[in-house]
Design a protein around this ligand. Structure first.
Ligand code: BG6
Length: 490
């Protein structure tokens, strides 16, 4: 196998809400993720809220629809997995030391917006929250690990939801700009690589986590998405203005689809499905809405009332590099009688008889990663980072205290091999690879601890048990060697 580029960013990735815990520590406010209960493969996560007449209720996170005026929040008697997560808040020194031992060159994490502006509305940031990330950066610098920071990863302040209804209100753009400027100035020279908003294409299927929306109304979602594009474009400009060497990326969940048959209707439907992935990136990379989306809005009677000024902002705030998450692929069928029984993050689909699936029903498709890389590079011609990839699996601790996870090694190895081919055989400008949940974290879709992605096991269990101790899994030394050999030995 050819060597990876010399300064390739081998890395690991996390998100604050799934990783940090310390949900109310040192002045932190409540985020939309903090109001979501724990689920599992067959039990949905719920979002909790108080009605006007004081009733406490919970409704499913995916597809959340709450008509009345309510107050979202956390209440007694519910199990909220983000509250403890894996307690990086109190373990950051030890965790970063382990990541340094693993050898990673880049660490993706998100700043928890609610640590900095607890409700999103304050004029003055919470100093204790800023100090926490000062400390995290100091540890990373100690080991020369480059940070890659996401500004919003399913963590908008619930204060903005209760006051304005989340991203559906244009004032949220100002709140995001204030937050971006605050962290941009504070960490100037310490953070160079930024991602504005995680998986912006998730807004249509998971509007609660992505945008604090308690509705599936397509008009509202389209407006909220526009506000996120404007905020993202504005963040690009703010960060460039603070430091012209800052590099800012978009982020999309790449939903790779194959036509279920060679019926042209399936091919057409697959193209449509791809556009669901591409749509936000098209806006963020090219600086304008793609025609297929504007036509779709027109057909559906959705009016996003795009002004000239907004078009100019989108145009000026295009990103410097492209990032995406990739976990699985699915087949796509135009036939309503074909059952969609295959799962994934946000997007499910039809099962592919050529692929095996994880315990959570996500199909494993390493060649699909090479295909995805080529599609994205062909389309945008910008440097690419894969900022999430990995296998969520049940890990067992053996009697000798060790964790053998050959299934994870197989998954990662096969994906890294395809990445290498994309670089050396196809010429894709891939500059980094972040293995998702490099330390075990809670799952976003189910809130489970049992669905583990890490090289480092964290002894916390879904029933509240465990003491948070960290252990190296078998995959730890494997990835260490991949990095040490710059991808030569996989
Ligand atoms: C991505 C999200 O969609 O999928 C992550 O950006 C998430 O936050 C990841 O963790 C994997 O999904 P899950 O549900 O297995 O955690």
């Amino acid at each position: 196998m050819g060597k990876f580029p010399k300064n390739f960013y081998w890395g690991g990735a996390t998100a604050a809400n799934q990783f940090e815990g310390g949900w109310d520590a040192d002045g932190k406010g409540i985020s939309v993720a903090d109001c979501c209960t724990r689920g599992d493969v067959g039990t949905p996560r719920m979002v909790t809220y108080k009605t006007k007449d004081g009733q406490i209720l919970a409704k499913e996170m995916f597809g959340l629809t709450v008509e009345d005026e309510v107050e979202f929040g956390c209440f007694e008697g519910y199990d909220y997995p983000t509250h403890r997560a894996v307690d990086f808040y109190h373990h950051y020194k030890e965790d970063i030391a382990l990541l340094a031992e693993l050898g990673i060159k880049m660490f993706r994490f998100s700043i928890n917006w609610t640590r900095i502006f607890p409700t999103g509305i304050e004029d003055v940031p919470n100093e204790a929250g800023l100090i926490f990330y000062d400390n995290v950066l100091t540890e990373l610098e100690k080991y020369q690990i480059e940070p890659l920071v996401t500004l919003q990863h399913f963590e908008m302040p619930v204060g903005l939801v209760n006051k304005w209804g989340g991203w559906k209100d244009g004032r949220t753009i100002k709140a995001f700009e204030k937050y971006t400027r605050t962290v941009g100035e504070r960490y100037k020279g310490r953070i160079k690589y930024w991602i504005t908003i995680n998986e912006l294409n998730g807004i249509e299927s998971g509007p609660w986590g992505s945008a604090g929306l308690a509705t599936m109304d397509e008009q509202v979602i389209a407006i909220a998405a526009k506000h996120q594009f404007l905020a993202s474009a504005s963040a690009v400009q703010i960060l460039h203005e603070i430091d012209s060497s800052n590099q800012i990326g978009n982020m999309m969940a790449f939903g790779l689809g194959y036509p279920n048959t060679s019926n042209p209707n399936d091919v057409l439907q697959t193209w449509r499905k791809f556009n669901d992935s591409y749509f936000p990136s098209d806006v963020q990379v090219r600086g304008y809405y793609p025609s297929y989306k504007l036509k779709e809005y027109e057909r559906k009677g959705i009016n996003i009332a795009l002004t000239e000024k907004e078009c100019q902002l989108l145009n000026k705030g295009t990103v410097d590099f492209v990032t995406f998450s990739y976990y699985m692929s699915n087949n796509v069928s135009a036939d309503p009688n074909v059952i969609e029984d295959s799962k994934g993050n946000f997007m499910g689909g039809v099962k592919n008889p050529y692929l095996k699936a994880s315990d959570w029903g996500w199909q494993i498709d390493p060649i699909g990663l090479r295909v995805a890389l080529n599609y994205v590079y062909d389309r945008y011609q910008l440097p690419i980072m894969i900022v999430e990839n990995g296998l969520g699996a049940l890990d067992e601790v053996e009697e000798d205290g060790r964790i053998y996870d050959p299934y994870r090694i197989d998954y990662l190895r096969s994906h890294i091999q395809e990445m290498a081919k994309a670089i050396y055989e196809d010429g894709v400008d891939l500059i980094g690879y972040m293995a998702w949940g490099c330390i075990d974290i809670i799952a976003a879709s189910t809130g489970e601890m049992a669905k583990r992605y890490g090289f480092i096991y964290v002894d916390f269990q879904d029933d509240g048990g465990g003491n948070g101790e960290r252990f190296r899994k078998e995959s730890f030394s494997w990835y260490q060697n991949v990095i040490r050999s710059n991808g030569e030995e996989v």
